[in-house]
Design a protein around this ligand. Structure first.
Ligand SMILES: [Zn+2]
Length: 114
């Protein structure tokens, strides 16, 4: 019998049951990775980009078999915060969904031109 094991995000204070009692071991592992990426990394505190913003990959995307290279920039087309997905047209022609938990930053253009 597994008991609830609450962990609290140090960034946003959200609570998460890490006992895995409602899920399979495989899903629990996914869940654990999600928690680490979304909360322990501080991604939950990151303001999501808006359509038209420029974004840049800051380190290797953990979940993607064919990830966008680090340093690649792209233009945000649609943002779906509720499902944690951002549709980006990447420079070089690729279109790949960026997850809000992926390692990226919003590129601020100091000149304000786009
Ligand atoms: Zn959090």
């Amino acid at each position: 019998m597994t008991h609830p094991r609450w962990v609290t995000c140090p960034n946003c204070g959200e609570k998460h049951d890490a006992s895995g009692r409602y899920t399979s071991p495989a899903n629990q592992e996914r869940d654990r990775r999600w928690w680490k990426n979304e909360h322990l990394s501080g991604a939950c505190m990151k303001k999501p980009p808006e359509a038209g913003d420029r974004v840049r990959i800051t380190s290797t995307m953990p979940e993607d078999p064919d990830p966008i290279r680090v340093g690649t920039e792209g233009t945000v087309r649609e943002v779906h915060v509720d499902v944690g997905q951002i549709r980006v047209d990447w420079d070089g022609g690729r279109t790949l969904i960026l997850l809000t938990s992926d390692p990226f930053e919003i590129v601020r253009d100091p000149d304000g031109e786009d």
